[in-house]
Write a protein that binds this ligand. Sequence first.
Ligand code: ZN
Length: 125
Amino acid sequence: MTRLDPDRDSAPWWAAVDRGELLLQRCASCGVPRFPARALCNRCRSRETAWVPARGTGRVYSWIVNHQRFLPDLPVPYAVVCVRLDEGEDILMYGNLVDAAPEALAPGLPVRAVLRDGLVQWTPA
Ligand SMILES: [Zn+2]
C-alpha cells in the first residue's frame, strides 16, 4: 500500500496510525475536533491543539468502487469509502473498505476503523 507523506500538521496523526492508534486533532481552546489536521481552528482561530483518541466509528457517507487494479496487491473491485465519524458530521475520513464486498455498502452503514498496513481502513460494524 502507499500513503501520503506526512507534513508538519499531519505527522502526529500518521505516527499514531503506525502505533495502531486513531487520533483526532482537537482545538485546545474551544474543544472542536478537526480532521484533517491543520494549524488553525476553524471556529476560534486558535493555534493551540491537542491530539485525542478517536472512537474509530462512523457511518458511510459516500463511496466509489474501483474496477481497475492501480496497485498489484489490491483486490478488484474494491471500494474507497468516505466516513462521517461519530465525533461530528463534518469530520470525514477516507479509506478502503476491507473484509467486506462493495455490495455491502449503503448510505449510513455503521463502520469501524481497521488500522492495517499503515493505513486507516473501514469495515462494517
Ligand atoms: Zn477552537
